[in-house]
Ligand binder design. Structure first.
Ligand code: SF4
Length: 443
């Protein structure tokens, strides 16, 4: 048994946050306790993200800051995990000889052994194998550690990797081919979470609604999984993120409509509002296809909260194509959007194309944000006077007299109330709106 403390620094998406929780569970399994300060931890893990350049720069910068710490405390262990570790392992080691090990996205379960080796032998190791799928049956996904911490809301990964190969995206290289967890594993984990007090689960996957192919038990459609998870006793709310537009088949829309526990929220990445641009991005749908899915979803689920992701400044994006994206945003009137400037990722097809100037993509991003902000403000304003079911998560970090929680359509609400309500669902009437949500009172 190892003695000491650990610190995990995380960048990136929810999948990485989940991986960090798994890493923490593994480290606690070998006797390490969490440290509150990275400078005091004996074992430091950086769980990195490669989806844009900025988080990669931050990881390299933190590694630079850790170097003098490690020089003054040679028994410190430094490991790098996550997507950047998967694709830039050698560079990480060359630029940071103080790193003890680099571990890829599918090798998290090897971390306890790597830490113990580093503490004893102090030799550099890397573990980067990604399971190959080759269209065959998926087996041998490592069993997830169910952490002991009680959580009102929890994320449950149901699928790893991606088979879509969008031309801008590094994920198929960093996380490998699409692999679904077995239904029994997912239900077991969900039941264990519910027993510890979890009321809301979010099913996680890169293209979550393509879940269930190549399983030994046969194909299990995502719509069936939604129904099974919703039936787990104690689970009151089910969300999923992120669906891929083309995989929104009618059975999935029917399950979202018919299963009461499935929340009235969908985060569906549009990425661009022009067919030529979508084609160059290798997104396998058109604007009109997206339009039809939005129509079907909104017809099936009244009051649906719809959010999206959009990229501007993709290589070769013309003024006309960008105008198409703006027009799509005005037409679809998303409740909210994550909007990004394109960031070339080495090793992806789009990174090889002629890039457009920073000043152009920056101006387009500003315009897009301005457009979406106005839409979100208008939509939020229109919610005033309506009553929402809210799962109370706790007090507001900014104002301890206010409680906060999300509605079923994923609007954040703040309202005064007793902390005895935390963990319960209440009805809240919206009195005021702002960009990030609503302020209300108990109905
Ligand atoms: S669907 Fe496209 S953007 Fe999403 S993870 Fe897969 S390759 Fe990346």
């Amino acid at each position: 048994m190892v003695r000491g403390t650990y610190f995990v620094q995380t960048w990136g998406c929810q999948m990485n946050v989940e991986d960090s929780e798994q890493i923490a569970a593994y480290l606690e399994g070998i006797g390490l306790a969490p440290a509150t300060d990275i400078r005091e931890a004996q074992v430091v893990l950086l769980n990195t993200c490669s989806v844009r350049k900025k988080p990669e720069d931050k990881a390299f910068s933190l590694l630079g800051e850790i170097r003098p710490l490690k020089e003054s405390r040679p028994d410190m262990v430094v490991g790098v995990a996550g997507c950047m570790a998967q694709v830039r392992a050698d560079e990480i080691r060359i630029r940071n000889p103080h790193v003890d090990f680099v571990v890829g996205t599918a090798q998290v379960a090897t971390i306890p052994g790597l830490v113990e080796d580093a503490l004893q032998a102090r030799r550099f190791q890397k573990r980067l194998d990604l399971p190959e799928r080759k269209g065959a049956i998926v087996t041998d996904l490592p069993k997830r550690q169910v952490t002991q911490t009680a959580k009102l809301k929890a994320f449950v990964p149901i699928q790893y990797g991606c088979d879509k190969f969008c031309s801008f995206c590094i994920v198929p290289s960093t996380r490998g081919r699409e692999r679904s967890r077995t239904t029994s594993d997912i239900l077991e984990e969900t039941a264990a979470l519910a027993e510890r007090g979890t009321k809301e689960v979010t099913l996680l996957g890169q293209t979550v609604n393509s879940y269930g192919k190549n399983l030994a038990e046969g194909n299990v459609p995502f719509s069936r999984l939604l129904r099974l998870v919703a039936d787990v006793p104690g689970i009151e709310r089910v969300r999923y993120t992120s669906p891929y537009p083309r995989d929104f088949k009618s059975d999935v829309i029917a399950a979202i409509r018919d299963v009461p526990q499935v929340m009235e929220h969908c985060h569906m990445p549009l990425q661009a509002g022009d067919d030529g641009l979508l084609k160059r991005m290798k997104r396998l749908y058109t604007v009109d296809g997206f339009r039809q899915i939005v129509r079907e979803l909104r017809e099936a689920v009244p009051g649906l909260g719809l959010t999206t992701d959009v990229i501007v400044g993709f290589p070769g994006e013309t003024d006309e194509e960008f105008e198409g994206t703006l027009a799509a945003m005005r037409e679809f009137r998303f409740d909210g959007a994550f909007m990004f400037r394109y960031s070339p990722r080495p090793g992806t097809p789009a990174a090889e194309l002629p890039q457009i100037p920073f000043s152009v993509s920056k101006a387009r991003l500003d315009k897009l944000i301005e457009t979406q902000t106005a839409i979100t403000l208008e939509i939020n304003e229109a919610q005033v006077g309506k009553t929402f079911e809210v799962l109370v998560e706790g007090t507001s970090p900014k104002d301890k007299s206010m409680l906060q929680g999300y509605s079923r359509c994923f609007r954040m609400l703040h309202f005064p109330g007793s902390t005895e309500l935390v963990g319960r669902t209440v009805q809240v009437t919206a009195l005021r709106s702002h960009l990030w949500g609503l302020v209300g009172e108990l109905a």
